[in-house]
Design a protein around this ligand. Structure first.
Ligand code: F6R
Length: 606
């Protein structure tokens, strides 16, 4: 949600800022801007509505020459999408970009009577507050620290002033900020991907910290201006991971590369010969594993659905375990209680989702052990959990989550497989899951390659419908929810996921010729019951697509059958087809698949 970049060094800041913003565009793409300080200490701001390409156009006619600057790509929270509301903002001697929400901005605005505000944003108010404190010889660092103490809300900020050329001040509370340390240059980014190719050494700022950055490096302080010893860490990943690699869209690349990324998720964590799974990250003793009797899984959107599917597997694998899967935005405000023998799995691709992070903190307050199921290394959730597992899916750039879902389910499954051994879990079942996990990457690859064209044709056939219902039972139910989410967010077709047993409790009333229905039907003991819903829909003239691994006769308008030795993990495999389907529907409708309207990756505001 919003991307921030900053630069101070010997190079032309504009090029580095715009290049960084392009990489962060997936975090927000309503509007963008940069501000730089030229060699005469004059500041210049260029902003534009729309994507970074618009900003680049604007900069062609008025290039900026300075060697220090800040940039921002916006996902609007306060104030509409206009050039005036775009960042950077400026008040007096302060130039600033901000990610997050200043909750008490109205109260502060009322106090700042000497300032005329051009925008409707909370950011401009913070810039004015800092400027109001930036006088009588007080330094920029001190003015920022003093001002931030008055803030209620969240922020990741980067600030400069013509009065202190060569200095960028940055700070964070609830919004990520990373300081890349280069040779004679320092870079700022809200996401490590903007730093790749420049440096591998970075300081991850913690909440409540502020840093003064110059071309020589960075010094970190608390808001009370106590100097901190911050150790630089190594940034993972490489440039190829954040490029499209020959695909038309990041989304297609991320769907198609799932065999490779899943291989990374599994690497060193399964032993198919012994029929066992083991995750090192949770760092649990045998006693701790034995003592777990309740697992609460927390997430938002796709991460929540991944948790839901994993909970079915956990129940199958661990006989004496109860599970609960909760939506983070709800759970954080509930008066929830957890038994002492609980463990919380906190699931997040970005590791920055504000609601999930808030839940993590609430759960920790109750003395419950928290384990992260996180993709982005060094992210806030990964840093705040007691232990956990990186899912190693690699950078997910497209806004819709695909490969992360697969990796999250598998990581949680391995957690279940590991603790099952200490809870009287059936060794044969654990071994069977392990065997399927071993072949899953290759089966995903085959399934995607074999069915890509079919899914494209199918997508063209259904892309003009207005509504879709996704239906599934048992482990196919979370997949129905996820399939509907994927379709709606990138195609803008209204889509709902339902447990197919719920059809006759309401949604069947919807069926008419504007709808199509996608049934995921597994070849298992519930096959006949799963077909029941399909018959009910067909009897009412519904248009049906069936995704299945069954060889039995099934009547539907379109059937996509998978022939695979995978059984238990079939929902994961079938879900990859839903991802392809959603992708091709969105392409056929001419949508911006990687950056769907109104959305942004990494929802760092509530
Ligand atoms: C859907 C999607 C979102 C995210 C949700 C959680 O495709 O991308 O629903 O899954 O915003 O994000 P993370 O996993 O980063 O916490």
């Amino acid at each position: 949600m919003c991307g921030i970049v900053g630069y101070v060094g010997g190079k032309k800041a504009q090029d580095i800022l715009v290049g960084g913003l392009r990489r962060l565009e997936y975090r927000g793409y309503d509007s963008a801007g940069i501000a730089t300080l030229d060699d005469k200490n004059e500041a210049h701001i260029t902003r534009s509505v729309g994507k970074i390409a618009e900003l680049s156009k604007a900069l062609e006619s008025e290039p900026q020459t300075g060697h220090l600057g800040i940039g921002h790509t916006r996902w609007a929270t306060h104030g509409g999408v206009t050039e005036t509301n775009a960042h950077p903002h400026h008040a007096g001697n302060i130039y600033m970009v901000h990610n997050g929400i200043i909750e008490n901005y109205k109260e502060l605005k009322a106090e700042l009577k000497d300032y005329k505000f051009a925008s409707d944003t909370d950011t401009e108010v913070l810039a004015a507050l800092i400027d109001s404190n930036y006088k009588d010889g007080i330094s920029l660092k001190d003015a920022v620290a003093k001002s931030l103490k008055r803030i209620r809300g969240t922020y990741g900020i980067a600030v400069f002033s013509p009065k202190e050329p060569g200095t960028l001040v940055v700070a964070r509370l609830g919004s990520p900020l990373i300081i890349g340390l280069g040779q004679g240059e320092t870079l700022i980014a809200s996401d490590a991907s903007a730093l790749l190719g420049y440096t591998r050494e970075a300081i991850y700022l913690n909440d409540g910290e502020l840093a003064v950055c110059t071309d020589k490096g960075a010094e970190v302080f608390t808001l009370s201006l106590k100097h901190l010893d911050s150790k630089p860490e190594t940034i993972e990943g490489d440039l190829a991971q954040i490029q499209k690699g020959g695909y038309d869209h990041f989304l297609l690349k991320e769907i198609m590369e799932q065999a490779t990324t899943l291989h990374n998720t599994l690497s060193g964590r399964i032993d198919p010969k012994a029929g066992k799974m083991h995750l090192g990250g949770p760092n649990l003793t045998e006693k701790e594993m034995r003592d777990i009797h309740h697992v609460v899984i927390v997430g938002c959107g796709t991460a929540y659905y991944a948790g839901l599917l994993a909970s079915y597997y956990m129940e199958q694998l661990v006989p004496d375990l109860t599970t609960e899967v909760v939506i983070a935005s709800e759970y954080r405000y509930r008066s929830f209680h957890l038994p002492k023998d609980s463990v919380a799995l906190v699931v997040s691709q970005s590791g920055e989702t504000a609601d999930t992070l808030a839940c993590l903190r609430e759960i920790k307050k109750r003395g419950i052990k928290t384990l992260g199921i996180v993709n982005v290394v060094g992210s806030t959730i990964a840093r705040e959990v007691d232990g956990g597992t990186y899912v190693h899916a690699g950078p997910e750039i497209s806004v819709a989550s695909t490969k992360a879902f697969t990796a999250q389910v598998v990581a949680m499954l391995m957690f279940a497989g590991m603790i099952a051994e200490y809870h009287g879990g059936d060794p044969k079942l654990i071994a069977e899951f392990t065997r399927e996990l071993e072949i899953l990457p290759a089966e995903i690859e085959k399934t995607l390659n074999d069915n890509r064209e079919t899914m494209e044709k199918l997508a063209k056939k259904y892309s003009k419908f207005d509504h879709a219902l996704y239906l599934g039972r048992d482990t196919a139910f979370p997949i129905a929810l996820e399939g509907a989410l994927k379709l709606k967010e990138i195609s803008y077709i209204h889509a709902e996921g339902y447990a197919s047993g719920e059809l006759k409790h309401g949604p069947i009333a919807l069926i008419d010729d504007r709808f199509f229905e996608v049934f995921t039907i597994l070849d298992n003991w519930l096959f006949d019951k799963s077909c029941g819903g399909l018959h009910e829909v067909r009897a009412r003239g519904g248009k049906t697509i069936v995704l299945t691994n069954s060889k039995a006769d099934i009547e539907a308008d379109d059937i996509v059958r998978i022939d695979s030795p995978i059984k238990l993990l079939m929902p994961i495999l079938l879900n990859t087809l839903q991802q392809l389907f959603a992708y091709y529907v969105a392409v056929d409708r001419g949508n911006d698949v990687d950056q769907p309207r109104n959305l942004a990756k990494s929802v760092t505001v509530e």
